[in-house]
Design a protein around this ligand. Structure first.
Ligand SMILES: *Cc1c(COP(=O)(O)O)cnc(C)c1O
Length: 215
């Protein structure tokens, strides 16, 4: 299952984030032994415990909502934060990354689904955030914005899901053209989960976050 899925994702030049939330360390190690190195978690405490217990060459991604007061616990080791949805959070990541002499890669999370509950920015809020990020008087040298992330509506309506992924891709392209020019760091579109990763890959995903299908 794992090797097949990985090959399928690789054929789109995308990467697999194995979402290991709620999974035991043994199950994570089993996947690690098959070659998986990127794992995603959505809760800080669980993430820190797993980081401490598991091999140190795992690249840990935080994919769930992040409270500013918890950034300090993951700043020493986190590889990527997918869920930046405010300037306040970006500021805190900058501060804690600098303290640890690190540059932390982040994605801007967008709200593209119909559900009210899902976190994320809209385009206008992202513009405001990026104006701040790029303002010459501000220093964001310890945080690197690498792309966008989003979740589609949880529905069996494929057309709806496809539309939302296309919308996220559109946002990505527009931001890339407007703000990042030739900067080579802004390249990631994190979209697609167990139920919709095929559609996401077809719509240009560079990172799929898959949990239940894998474990
Ligand atoms: C849990 C989770 C996933 C993985 O969901 P599955 O349906 O188990 O593949 C992906 N992204 C986020 C943000 C999640 O919280």
């Amino acid at each position: 299952m794992y090797q097949e899925l990985k090959a399928r994702i690789a054929s789109y030049n995308a990467e697999l984030v194995a979402v290991s939330k709620t999974q035991s360390n043994d199950k994570i190690v089993a996947l690690y032994e098959q070659g998986q190195r990127i794992f995603g978690e959505n809760r800080v405490q669980e993430l820190v415990e797993k980081y401490e217990a598991l091999p140190k060459d795992i690249a840990w991604h935080l994919i769930g909502h992040l409270q500013t007061n918890k950034v300090k616990y993951i700043a020493p080791f986190i590889s990527m934060i997918h869920s930046v949805d405010s300037i306040k959070l970006l500021n805190e990541i900058q501060k804690e990354a600098a303290k640890n002499n690190r540059v932390i890669s982040v994605l801007l999370q967008f709200h593209v689904a119909e559900e009210e509950t899902k976190f994320g920015l809209d385009y206008k809020e992202a513009v405001e955030l990026l104006e701040t990020y790029f303002a010459p008087q501000n220093n964001y040298s310890s945080v690197r914005i690498c792309g966008v992330m989003g979740m589609a509506t949880n529905t069996t309506d494929k057309t709806q899901v496809q539309k939302e992924f296309a919308h996220l891709k559109n946002i990505f392209t527009q931001l890339q053209n407007t703000y990042f020019g030739l900067e080579k760091d802004f390249v990631e579109i994190s979209m697609g989960m167990s139920g919709d990763y095929e559609l996401a890959l077809q719509e240009g995903s560079t990172m799929v976050r898959i949990g239940s299908l894998l474990f």
